[in-house]
Design a binder for this molecule. Sequence first.
Ligand SMILES: [Ca+2]
Ligand SMILES: [Ca+2]
Length: 285
Amino acid sequence: MKRFKFWTVSVICALSLTVGVSYFAVAQCTVPGAHQKGEPLKAGQLNDPFEDPPQAAELNDNRPDAPWITRWYSLKGPITNNGGFAASARKDWIDMGTNGKITQETLSTESGLKKTQNTNVNLRNNGGDMGWCIIEINPADGNNMSTAYGLVDQSDIDTYAIIVIDSPNKRKATMSPAHDDHAQIWLNGDKVYNNSRWTGGATIVDFEFEVELKKGTNVLLYRCGESGGSDYFNLHLDNQTDRVVTIFPEDAKDAEEFFKEVGGTLAVEPRNKLSTTWANIKRLK
Ligand SMILES: [Ca+2]
Ligand SMILES: [Ca+2]
C-alpha cells in the first residue's frame, strides 16, 4: 500500500512537472503583444517612454535607396557637452533652454512649432543662444549630425530636427529611422519612438513603427543623442505615404521661408471662435 502510494505520487508529480514545463515553454513563445521581427512597432505601443524595442527583433536592414528625408527645420547648432547620450536622454533641453515656454512635447505640435518664430533655445554651457534654421543632411553620411552644421565628427551632442507632414487624409503610416546613438521621436505631441541602441550604419533600419497621421498638418520632432564615433539620424516613410504627403521644409532656405511654406497648412489659434488659417489671414491683408 505504501509502495503504491509512493509511485502514484511520483507519477503525478512527474506528469505535473512535464505539463508545467511545456506550458511555460509555450507561454514563452506566445507572450501576448510581444513584438515579432519584421512587424512594425504598433502605434501607442510605447508603455514606458524610455523602453527600447527588443534587441532580438532588430531588422538590421540596409536601405541605401529608401526615400530618406534630407531637409529639416532645426536649431542652428547641436546641443553640446550633453554628458553622453545616456545622461542626456532624460533631459529636455528645449524646456531648459526656453524656461519652459516650449517643451519637447509641445515642439511637436503646431502651437509649439509656431513659438519657435520668436523663441530661441538659450543654453549657456550647451550650445549658447540658438535660433532656428534649415539643415540639409546626407543620409549616407555616418556623421550627418555633425556635417549638417559644417562640423567634423562631434562627440557628446544632441540634435533636434523637425518636419511638417501635410497629409491629404487621416491615414496609417509606417516610419523607418536609422540613428546613432539614441533616437527619440515625437509626433503631434506624443512620443512615438524610443531606441537607445545605434542601428549600425547610416541607412540601416532596425525597427519600423506605425503612426496615425491626421488630415492636414502633422509635426514630427526627431531628437538624436550622440556620445562618440558615428553620429547620424535618418528617417523615411513608407513609399505609399511618401508619395501622397508633402513634407516641409521643401525649398525653404531659412526659418522665415519655412514658415511661409507651411503657412497654408498651420492652423492659427481660433480667434473669436472663428477657426481660420494663415492663408486666410494673408488673403485678408
Ligand atoms: Ca561623433
Ligand atoms: Ca555614436
